[in-house]
Design a protein around this ligand. Structure first.
Ligand code: FES
Ligand SMILES: [Fe+2]
Length: 450
């Protein structure tokens, strides 16, 4: 009997050398002294949920450093290097005191700024308290999330309050999700708008809204301040045009459009359902830490579940490892794609295409920012030159607009630029005044389109 051999390209052998390619260390390595690590250390970073800090010290790894986070009995938070400055016992076994934490081994007491307050076994004449400190980082607690600053204290920037941290009639529920992979590939998911059509709609079934099934027209709009872009994913839904708007800022901040907007009704600048950071634990582990926003505009049918938001849990599809392997294979979500790329995805073995413009843009800007800082520059803070709170753009607009007979996609792209200009026109206004001005501009635009 003759076996007929398969015919085809079968390039496996020719391409098997790809397995030896290396990750992009300049963007992905974040430990102390690395260029990216030094750059990230100039920004306030969310590190934990307030709810994770109970009566016992909490051992944490963030930015490649082992740390202990605790709340002393006066109610103040402290974040110290994990190993005691005396002889390296771990402060996760320390005793929380009225002010600070005491090492269990020889009783040294550390204040929340790392000052050594007591060395009880040493002679009274000891000068240890004056010449030594325990490594410590400053903290800010804000609406259920603890933020830390890991950089040189003389360079500590203002704490960034984004406008969606202060929205009226908005309930914010913090959550934190660990992923066992590098931070860049987790963050890049938020500037890859085309995956929504495939992963979340056509491939895995409708995970969010069925009106996301059509490929969007995507445009990137420069932010007036802050190093980043906001982008529009524009789709036609019958005689409506749905502009889904995400905000994206270096190094690791993003903000989605509305979580439960369906694109079926005319709506103007419905604010975000998600304010999010992606923070390195170390080079191969990451946390997503964020607030889900719950309000009548972003969630008109009350589909959101604030009770499901917390540690390794959130109320939207596919964000954790909490499903069976079979379920994850049958209907993969975001978690499956960023984790399956490997511990540190290898950019050199990718083949970026037209739909990866956002990913390429982000990598270019991140590399430029890292190099600028390494050359002695000062990283651009989101607070520089803008109002407080900081204006953000995440939030959907749906406009009634009859179908254009020719080149509707080009027309939608032009429309997205007009909408972006209207969003930016409110930059100098605050709060409800800004929202009202942007909505008035959008209403006027919609009137022109009829
Ligand atoms: S090791 Fe901490 S007090 Fe000695
Ligand atoms: Fe996604």
């Amino acid at each position: 009997m003759t076996v007929i051999l398969p015919q085809g390209k079968f390039d496996g052998y020719a391409r098997n050398g790809l397995a030896g390619l290396a990750p992009d260390d300049e963007l992905t390595r974040i430990g102390p002294g690395t260029p990216c690590g030094e750059y990230l250390r100039r920004y306030w970073m969310p590190i934990a949920l307030t709810s994770m800090v109970q009566d016992l010290p909490l051992r944490l790894r963030r930015m490649g450093e082992d740390l202990v986070l605790y709340r002393d009995r006066s109610g103040a938070l402290g974040l110290l290097h994990l190993l005691c400055a005396h002889r390296n016992a771990s402060l996760e076994f320390g005793i929380v005191e009225e002010h600070g934490i005491r090492c269990c081994y020889h009783g040294w007491l550390f204040g929340n700024d790392g000052t050594i307050l007591e060395t009880p076994g040493e002679p009274k004449t000891s000068q240890i308290c004056n010449r030594l400190t325990q490594g410590a980082y400053p903290l800010v607690e804000y609406k259920g999330i603890v933020f830390a600053y890991f950089g040189p204290v003389a360079e500590m920037p203002a704490f960034p309050v984004f406008d969606t941290m202060e929205l009226p009639d908005d309930t914010m529920a913090p959550f934190l999700i660990p992923s066992p992979v590098n931070w860049v590939q987790v963050f890049e998911n938020s500037i890859d708008p085309y995956h929504v059509t495939f992963l979340h709609t056509r491939v895995s079934g409708v995970q969010f809204q069925e009106n996301l099934v059509n490929l969007p027209v995507v445009d990137y709009h420069e932010r007036a301040a802050g190093n980043g872009v906001f982008y529009t994913s524009t789709r036609r839904v019958d005689d409506l045009v749905w502009l889904r708007v995400h905000d994206h800022m270096l190094p690791n901040f993003s903000q989605n459009g509305g979580m439960h907007v369906e694109g079926n009704d005319s709506t103007y600048f419905v604010r975000t359902g998600l304010t999010r950071w992606v923070v390195p634990v170390d080079d191969t582990n990451t946390i997503t830490i964020a607030w889900r926003h719950f309000n009548a505009e972003t969630d008109p049918h009350s589909k959101g579940r604030p009770d499901l938001c917390g540690f390794n849990s959130v109320d939207f599809y596919g964000q954790t490892d909490g499903r069976s392997y079979e379920q994850r294979q049958r209907s993969p979500g975001d978690y499956e794609v960023w984790v399956s790329q490997g511990p540190v995805t290898v950019h050199a073995r990718e083949h970026l295409a037209a739909t990866d413009a956002g990913v390429a843009l982000y990598r270019r800007r991140l590399r430029r920012a890292i190099r600028a800082m390494a050359a002695g520059g000062t990283p651009q803070q989101p607070t520089a030159g803008v109002t407080n709170p900081i204006p953000t753009y995440g939030g959907d607009t749906v406009l009634r607009a009859p179908l254009r007979s020719n080149d509707d996609r080009k027309w939608m792209s032009d429309l997205s630029r007009r909408v972006a200009d209207i969003y930016r026109s409110g930059d100098t206004l605050l709060g409800t005044e800004r929202i009202a001005a942007i909505r008035a501009g959008l209403a006027a635009l919609e009137g022109e389109l009829q």
